[in-house]
Design a protein around this ligand. Structure first.
Ligand SMILES: Nc1ncnc2c1ncn2[C@@H]1O[C@H](COP(=O)(O)OP(=O)(O)O)[C@@H](O)[C@H]1O
Ligand SMILES: [Mg+2]
Length: 333
């Protein structure tokens, strides 16, 4: 685990993001706080529509027209991402932070060779590099993601989905950023290819030491890759925990518990596999109190009226009234 005295690579302070729509404001990300340090892989899990992509776009300061940062601060390597001018932000984006987008496999330009696309990044951000230096760097990057450098001459359609995804990852780390955000980078790939890409990400991360925010709706995938996991529900982080604590012998937010019970691989044979009944809430008309309360089998009266704040429970940050007594006892001790 990292030394908490060091500067975080990414610090989110009470980040909220909303989309303006004809029905009202869609509160896609609500009051999210999180720190990620160097050498850390942090997983972000949540059902589809829980706000994961919105949060990653917000970190990159790439929110689309109808979306705005409603509140909070996003700090990368000590720099407030929202206080940079356009030009500095462009530089900052590749040099300090980069992102592999959801469906990134199709992010490559179909009419350029792999080498031309890698070279573009260096030409723009490292104008002093010679052609030879750029070529050498392109070869090195291909080797780094275990693709034969002969494919530098290939066009994207000549490569498999897994190879394209590796190349997108290679481009994202080409300028050695401190933070790499990966938004469901393997979702479209088959399980074997997914596994090999995860191994590759781990290996690269160890070599280069960058911090990773790895986003997925696949609980078992995240639990395998990340050492710290944040669980998002209806735009909020309901729990932040060590991956090794993600099992039913530990106390968790009821939503995390529901997710754990829904994974066959992580549960003991004696535990019955069950899905979480009900549906995620309407982000325009959120339930009062805890947004999870209508689906929660432990819901109490207070859950319907009082919003639970995140508190520490045995090293996990959990926002749930269920543990209020523990929180209080600890505070008194
Ligand atoms: N352009 C948009 N306008 C209005 N609402 C949007 C827009 N894009 C996303 N949303 C809403 O924001 C919520 C979060 O979306 P998203 O961040 O894509 O979730 P995830 O990546 O977890 O699947 C969703 O409920 C979605 O309906
Ligand atoms: Mg998404």
């Amino acid at each position: 685990m990292s030394n908490k005295n060091e500067q975080p690579v990414l610090e989110l302070k009470n980040v909220s993001v909303g989309y303006e729509s004809v029905r009202g404001t869609v509160r896609a990300v609500r009051d999210v706080s999180l720190k990620i340090y160097r050498n850390e892989i942090v997983g972000l899990i949540g059902e589809s529509g829980s706000g994961k992509s919105t949060l990653s776009n917000a970190i990159m300061n790439l929110l689309k027209n109808s979306a705005t940062l409603l509140g909070g601060e996003i700090i990368v390597m000590g720099q407030d991402v929202y206080s940079l001018n356009k030009r500095d932000l462009r530089k900052f984006r590749w040099n300090k932070m980069s992102m592999v987008f959801q469906s990134a496999m199709n992010a490559l330009n179909p009419v350029l060779t792999v080498e031309e696309q890698i070279a573009d990044v260096f030409r723009e951000h490292r104008p002093n590099m010679t052609k030879k230096e750029i070529h050498d760097k392109a070869v090195e990057l291909m080797e780094l993601v275990s693709i034969d450098p002969k494919h530098l001459k290939s066009y994207p359609h000549e490569l498999s989905g897994g190879m394209r995804q590796r190349i997108v990852i290679a481009i994202a780390i080409s300028l050695e950023p401190d933070l790499v955000i990966m938004d469901e980078p393997t979702t479209a790939l088959d399980v074997v290819v997914q596994k090999s890409i995860l191994d590759k990400i781990k290996e690269l991360q160890r070599k280069k030491g960058f911090a990773v925010l790895f986003i997925s709706h696949d609980f078992s995938l995240v639990a395998e890759l990340a050492e710290k996991v944040a669980i998002m529900y209806a735009g909020r982080l309901v729990e932040v925990t060590k991956a090794e604590d993600l099992n039913l012998s530990k106390r968790h937010h009821p939503y995390t518990e529901g997710l754990l019970r829904a994974i066959p691989e992580l549960t003991a044979e004696t535990v019955k596999i069950e899905g979480i009944p009900g549906n995620p809430p309407d982000l325009i008309n959120l339930p009062t109190g805890c947004a999870y309360n209508p689906r929660c089998k432990y819901a109490m009266e207070s859950c319907k009226t009082i919003h639970p704040v995140e508190q520490d429970l045995d090293g996990r940050q959990i926002a749930c009234h269920l543990y209020n007594e523990d929180f209080v006892t600890k505070a008194v001790r």
